[in-house]
Design a binder for this molecule. Structure first.
Ligand SMILES: *Cc1c(COP(=O)(O)O)cnc(C)c1O
Length: 389
């Protein structure tokens, strides 16, 4: 059996925390909390409803929102679709203007292209060289007919953190709605929706040690009546997202958010320490470039380009499970749209790796990663040395 490489791809997905698994298991089986949360006429349904509502509180608490502002979805992809298409379709004007950026996740970009094809005018803002979109840039792009601005909190490839409070003030003053994809931000950046002028925010369970296939959309008061449901059915989730709620997935996501609330500071300090340890050991790699703003960032995600000499990616990937680009681009094998937007050409993008650290990364993993990287970028042995051995 192949030895499994060390896991350095937490930005693609996280393992489900054991404490979360327990909460999920408790929702399954005949002895478990298996009722349909929409079946209020008996105790099974009522108990499932309680688990769903507890989870809603747990998600709301991490982001300083209130529980009734949280809508369950199947993941951040669906949340982004609901936010963008929902606002676009609810708008009564026949044409509308939408602002987003070139380095959003595909779940926003592809939805924006779709809306563009259906007649909306979309501006794709270029990031600055550090991977950030500034409030000034958004301000300059706002037009009288701008309906919606959609920008991410944390970039999934770079780990850069946009100034969402600052951008929110600009958008709110203009009157447009503001959607933020926070799939990579929850549990890593302190989010305060009571303070931030954000109308819609997307979350995912599996980026925060919860299960896959579950997510949420925060819907603030200004967006409530300006959002067209995308999935129609029994009118669940205040009519915004029909379908039987997945109690085990929801309870798991709630538990994951609760754990993130409790361990927020400690976990951040842990990851900061690991990042420093890694960068210190890589300091003597010639031509190493760290992509993305050095200051406005989370420590978890490192985008590294080996600009000089040799780079043996296949040797490295047998030891480390890292990502050459985001998981969403990996399927297409195209160079990362994020790196291209930062000015990398395809060759330079191909010499870039994303290492992401998480809750279960240990110091010895960092040391092993550093030595594997150094091995992969060391000049190959000359042919005569290989022939002799
Ligand atoms: C993972 C991710 C998504 C998609 O979330 P799913 O729950 O997998 O659909 C959207 N946006 C960002 C920034 C992500 O990292």
């Amino acid at each position: 059996m192949n030895k499994r490489p060390l896991y350095f791809d937490y930005a693609a997905t996280t393992p489900v925390d054991d404490r979360v698994i327990q909460v999920m298991v408790d929702c399954l089986g005949f002895e478990g909390n298996f009722g349909n949360p929409a079946s209020g006429s008996h105790a099974f349904g009522q108990q499932a409803r309680q688990s769903v509502e507890l989870a809603r509180e747990q998600v709301a608490q991490l982001i300083n929102a209130s529980a009734e502002q949280i809508i369950w979805t199947s993941g951040a992809t669906e949340s982004n679709n609901l936010a963008l298409k929902g606002v676009a379709q609810a708008s009564r004007e026949s044409r509308g203007h939408i602002i987003t950026s070139q380095i959003e996740h595909k779940a926003v970009l592809d939805t924006a292209y779709f809306l563009q094809q259906s007649g909306f005018d979309v501006t794709f803002l270029a990031p600055d060289k550090d991977g950030l979109v500034s409030a000034a840039k958004v301000s300059a792009a706002l037009r009288e007919d701008t309906l919606l601005v959609s920008l991410m909190l944390v970039n999934n490839e770079l780990g850069t953190v946009n100034d969402i409070p600052g951008i929110g003030r600009v958008v709110r003053e203009h009157g447009a709605l503001f959607h933020v994809d926070a799939a990579q931000g929850a549990g890593k950046v302190a989010i305060d929706l009571a303070e931030w002028a954000v109308d819609l925010m997307s979350f995912s369970g599996h980026k925060i040690y919860g299960p896959k296939g579950i997510g949420a959309l925060y819907v603030g008061p200004r967006a409530r009546d300006r959002l067209q449901a995308q999935i129609h059915g029994g009118g669940h989730e205040s009519g915004l997202r029909s379908g039987t709620l997945a109690t085990h997935q929801i309870a798991g996501m709630g538990a994951a958010f609760a754990i993130a609330s409790q361990s927020f500071d400690q976990e951040l300090a842990h990851i900061q320490g690991l990042r420093q340890r890694l960068l210190k050991q890589l300091a003597d790699v010639p031509g190493l470039q760290c992509n993305g703003c050095p200051t406005h960032r989370i420590p978890h995600t490192l985008s590294l380009t080996f600009t000089e000499g040799h780079f043996n990616s296949s040797a490295l990937s047998s030891v480390l499970a890292y990502s050459a680009t985001s998981a969403c681009n990996s399927a297409s094998k195209a160079p990362s749209h994020v790196l291209l937007a930062l000015g990398h050409d395809a060759e330079k993008a191909g010499r870039t790796i994303r290492l992401s650290l998480g809750r279960f990364t240990r110091e010895e993993d960092i040391d092993a990663a550093a030595s594997a990287i150094k091995g992969a970028v060391a000049a190959p042995a000359p042919f005569w040395a290989v022939a002799q051995s």
